[in-house]
Design a protein around this ligand. Structure first.
Ligand SMILES: O=C(O)CCC(=O)C(=O)O
Length: 197
């Protein structure tokens, strides 16, 4: 069970036919690329495709990468509007991740970059194949490993990460050996905008 002060899961955020259409449209129309990141002192290819969209100046830097936003795609803008209506909060950017199959993944991390602020609200929309999303406390008693919990993120679902979620927990999307199709995940964020020009 997820800590409700930090996580809220809404399995049917989008109706299935709309989620189906948007999955296909975003697969075709986003500017997907595979980036190299710095991990434990080495440059490695990310095991997934990514794209960064947002308002001008919404620059996001992590793992040695600096992402300059592409202008809003209409589907991403419409989702942003719905998320803002639902939460009463503002988002100025979205990180899109495409997991092509079960071999694509995301390692343990927290979204704790300075530009997100101390208690960010991150709205994570999932489209396509259902995948396990794991959580573990950042502070674990010495000598204790494991202790992760998880949730399956379904097609058309929304996960809100809020409050102390990034300060207290790490999250990951592990590989799976099960035959698994494409999954697209969209994490909406408010990053402190950098001056443009
Ligand atoms: O694909 C997911 O559900 C996880 C995405 C994620 O961890 C991130 O964008 O920071």
């Amino acid at each position: 069970m997820l800590d409700p002060r930090c996580f809220e899961y809404c399995p049917e955020f989008l109706p299935a036919p709309q989620a189906d259409r948007w999955l296909e449209q975003l697969r075709r129309e986003l500017n997907w690329g595979q980036q190299e990141i710095r991990l434990f002192g080495r440059w490695v290819m990310q095991p997934r495709l990514t794209a960064w969209y947002g308002d001008p100046g919404a620059v996001y830097a992590y793992s040695g990468l600096t992402l300059d936003p592409l202008p809003w795609h209409p589907v991403l803008r419409e989702l942003k509007r719905r998320l803002e209506d639902l939460t009463g909060r503002r988002f100025n950017s979205v990180l899109a991740n495409a997991y092509r199959d079960g071999a694509d993944s995301m390692g343990w991390h927290s979204d704790d970059e300075e530009e997100l602020g101390p208690a960010p609200l991150i709205a994570s929309v999932s489209l396509g194949a259902a995948r396990r999303f794991l959580l573990r406390p950042r502070v674990r008693p010495a000598g204790v490993s494991g202790g992760s919990s998880g949730i399956t993120l379904e097609h058309g679902s929304l996960l809100l990460m809020k409050g102390d979620s990034q300060r207290r927990f790490q999250h990951a999307l592990p590989r799976t050996r099960k035959p698994t199709g494409l999954r697209i995940n969209l994490t909406y964020r408010l990053v402190s905008a950098q001056p443009t020009g």
